[in-house]
Write a protein that binds this ligand. Sequence first.
Ligand SMILES: NC(=O)c1ccc[n+]([C@@H]2O[C@H](COP(=O)([O-])OP(=O)(O)OC[C@H]3O[C@@H](n4cnc5c(N)ncnc54)[C@H](O)[C@@H]3O)[C@@H](O)[C@H]2O)c1
Length: 361
Amino acid sequence: MGREMASAFARWCALTDVSVQPRLLAVADLNPATLEWFKVIPTATQLTTDYRALLANPEVEVVYVAVPHNLHEKLYCDVLAAGKDLFAEKPFGIDLASARRIFDAVKKSGRFVRCSSEMPFFPGGQRAFAVARSGQIGRVLEVVSGFHHSSDLDAGKPANWKRLSAICGEIGVLGDLGMHACHLPLRLGWKPKRLFAQLQKGYPQRPDGKGGQTACDTWDNASVHTWVDINGAETPLRLEMKRMAPGETNTWFIEVLGTEGGVRYSTAEPKTLWLFERGKEQFWKRTDLGFATPFKTVTGGIFEPGFPDVIQQMWAAYLVERAGKLEGRFGCATPEEAVASHEIFAAALESQRHGKVVVLG
Ligand SMILES: NC(=O)c1ccc[n+]([C@@H]2O[C@H](COP(=O)([O-])OP(=O)(O)OC[C@H]3O[C@@H](n4cnc5c(N)ncnc54)[C@H](O)[C@@H]3O)[C@@H](O)[C@H]2O)c1
């Protein structure tokens, strides 16, 4: 993810209405081979295997941290203690207790902190958000928000830290993909009041990449059936997070259905927005979206956006909001939203453990 972010800065000239200009000055990674790649970035003059050296660099103002989940709390708190602003990766700590401790450190530090969640920056995500917020779809009947991929379908794929609870967290796929699924519902004020979760594990063993096998113990798939309050009506919101979704590569989707209308968007068809209309007859209207990103770019309006574009849009939102210039545009996930997502994940684990509906505080 570090390289992905660095390349977003490298083509910052694509943005036409953003007055903030980031410069990548320093990179820390334990692996010298990973650091080697960053030599292609001329401004990145400090490449170090010790992140504390990066934090001691007085020129560094903002630190993006993308490390395994068991290291989130330590590194995030060290960034804050060094007096830097933080762009944290999800899930914002390995579990709820960790997320709450990070939240306290954020408040104490007074630093500007946001959590990574780029998918809502797709033009289709923005449109779905606007439609859901507008009230034009009448009484909301149901909401589905999710993220599917199939990276774990291949039993022969070697294990990495994401398959081990000790490093990825007991929440497993909820931590990996949950912030993506929760971001828009939480931004719309749709916070679950109670939920029932169905969690599934993947393969109990995988190749360790060294000729042997290693145990894998994380949850791979999660369907979380929640109830949210929307305009005084109790409404079902289903959150789906799957690492074993046959046929899906990296699909983020949201669907909001109401009595008068509805909206459906999936990155499986990144240009396509579906709008439901009810009259004498019922219609699903298909719109071919263009490049209507929240932050304007040199890219022509008819072209289709992709993952690197939304990563850049998310960074624009972070830096512009940090500079006090967001001006009503869509901002990155807040520490409050990140903690709220962890409350959902913790309740989902409890629901799975006891096979019961869990009430959230
Ligand atoms: N926003 C997204 O779409 C998205 C996508 C993938 C991963 N992520 C998140 O990004 C984070 C990292 O995931 P990844 O897939 O990039 O993992 P990764 O394993 O590919 O990369 C982690 C990097 O951290 C380095 N590292 C580990 N400990 C370190 C330390 N003490 N000091 C410095 N560097 C250290 C490793 O050497 C490695 O290069 C996770 O929180 C993950 O959930 C976000």
